[in-house]
Design a binder for this molecule. Sequence first.
Ligand code: PSU
Ligand code: MN
Length: 321
Amino acid sequence: MHEYLSIAPDVAAALAARRPVVALESTVIAHGMPHPRNLETARALEALVREEGAVPATVAVLDGRIRVGLDDEDLQRLAAGGHAVRKLSRRDLPVALAARADGATTVAATMIAARLAGIAVFATGGIGGVHRGAETSYDVSADLDELARTDVCVVCAGAKAVLDLPKTLEYLETRGVPVLGLGTGTFPAFYARSSGLPVSHRCDSPDEVARVLHAKWRLGLGGGVLATVPIPAEAAIDAEETEAAIARALADAQSEGVVGAAVTPYLLARLEDITQGRSLEANVALIANNARTAARIAAAYAGLQRDGALPPRPSAPRVRA
Ligand code: PSU
Ligand code: MN
C-alpha cells in the first residue's frame, strides 16, 4: 500500500476484478451542502451506485492519507466537520498530507485520487470553471486543467451556474477536453437543463460515452472527458429565477470581499438562502442522477476493458513512421 494512499478493500477487489467502480467527491459534502443533508446525500449516492451494480468510492483526505472508499464513520466525520475540514484542490493535496490533516477533495483532487487508484469514472454535481470577471480576477478553477491532464471521466450536470459558461467551454476546447452531452446537444446549466451552448459531441447512451473513453485512452490521448447530464426536469429551476438569484449572491460576495477557494461555498450557501432551499433540492437531485449515470458508464467501460480492444477495421490504412 502506498504511503499516502489507501484504497478500501471492496474498491480494491472490484478494481482487481475489473468490475465497475465510481469515484465520488467530498467537497460537495463538506462545503457544498448543510449538515445533516450532506451526510444523507453522501449515503444516498453510495446506495444509488450500488443499486446500479457498481462499487462507490468516496474520496477524501483523512489523517493525512488519501482515502479512496470511505466507511460510514468517515462520512459522518467529513459531513460534521463543516468548514474545519479543508477544501483540497491539486495545490493543497501535498500540504494536507504533510500536515496529516483532514480535507475534502474537489473535482481536481478527486480526479487525481481516482487516477492513482485506477478508477476511470467519477460523479459529481458540477465542476469548477472560469468565473465571471475572470478577465480581471484570473479566477479559473484548477478543475479545468485537471480535466486536461488526468485520465478520468467526470460525470456532472455542467459547471457551477455562477460561472462564465461560454468561457469555461472555450477553455475546455483549447485544452482538448471532449465535452459530451448525454441525450443532449447543449451544455447543461446545473440548475437548468440547458445553457443553450453546444457541447462538443452528443452521446445517446452510457455505452457511447464508454466507447469515447476507450478510444481516447487507447490512442494515448491523455486527459479527462467531461460527460454532462441535464438535471431531471422535475427538479430543474427556471433559468431566469436562477440568474436573478445568482446576481444577488455574486453582489453579496463582492461586497463582503469573498475571494479564492471560499467563493464557491459562499455562493452556494447564499443561493440556498435566496431560493429558500430550492437550489439545495436541485443540487441533491442532480448529483443523484449523475451518480446513477456514472455507474452505467462505468459498467459499460468495464465491459469494454474486459473484452479487450475493439477489433481494428480491416480497411484501416496503416500509418507509417
Ligand atoms: N459545484 C457545486 N458544488 C460544489 C463544487 C462545485 O455545485 O461544491 C465544488 C467542487 O468540488 C469543485 C469545486 O471541484 O467546488 C471548485 O472549486 P474552485 O472553483 O475553487 O476550484
Ligand atoms: Mn477559484
